[in-house]
Unconditional design. Structure first.
Length: 209
């Protein structure tokens, strides 16, 4: 494997270019996967305008807006790493409202937000139409360990030391979940694009040698 340093702006430009060139029946469903410290939401949001400029309608959906209700999510406490790993994300809801409608033959009618985790109630977001040829960018943590049907996966990875250093103290309890994700799923071994972000100012693309 070869690690190629790249500037943040160039990373966005190269990723947007690759996504714009990727053809798939219906709409392109992209995972931007990584722990909060890696900034997957920020990267996905930065890709929207370049994709639109390239003629690909784009919609950004945050996995954090598809969490399960608190009664289910926090059944084993607010800081249980195994529950965070196994059951915080409402995968059926994300499939039903975003990924399946964006699939070949899908309606293209996507719900950008299902649940307001802070208020612990439905977000009441309006559906949005994504035309054929569009790109839906789903960003968040632990997206690649299940059976979510993505067409292309971008994985943001940090070394364990960098992840611990850059994770906010209030979220340090999640670190065992990310260690388990790396050991059990190893998304860096199969993601279409792997980006090292130990230093967010100096990302690096991991490429086949």
């Amino acid at each position: 494997m070869r690690v190629r340093p790249i500037s943040p702006d160039r990373l966005v430009a190269e990723l947007a270019g690759r996504l714009a060139r990727t053809e798939t029946p219906g709409r392109l469903r992209v995972a931007v996967d990584g722990p909060p410290a890696a900034g997957p939401d920020a990267l996905a949001a930065a890709l929207v305008d370049p994709l639109r400029a390239a003629g690909r309608p784009a919609l950004h959906v945050r996995a954090a807006d598809f969490l399960r209700p608190a009664s289910t999510r926090l059944e084993h406490g607010r800081t249980n790493p195994d529950a965070y790993y196994e059951g915080w994300l409402d995968e059926p809801g994300l499939r039903r409202e975003v990924l399946d409608p964006a699939a070949p033959g899908g309606s293209g009618r996507l719900l950008p937000s299902l649940w307001d985790a802070d208020a612990d109630r439905a977000s009441r977001a309006a559906y949005q139409d994504l035309p054929p040829g569009g790109v839906v960018l789903v960003s968040g943590a632990l997206l690649l360990g299940g059976a979510l049907p993505f067409d292309l996966a971008v994985h943001l990875v940090l070394s364990p030391a960098a992840l611990e250093r850059r994770t906010e103290p209030v979220l340090r309890w999640t670190l065992p979940a990310f260690a388990r994700y790396a050991a059990e799923v190893d998304p860096a071994s199969f993601a279409d694009v792997v980006v090292r972000v130990d230093d967010p100012r100096r990302p690096a693309l991991v490429e086949a040698g």
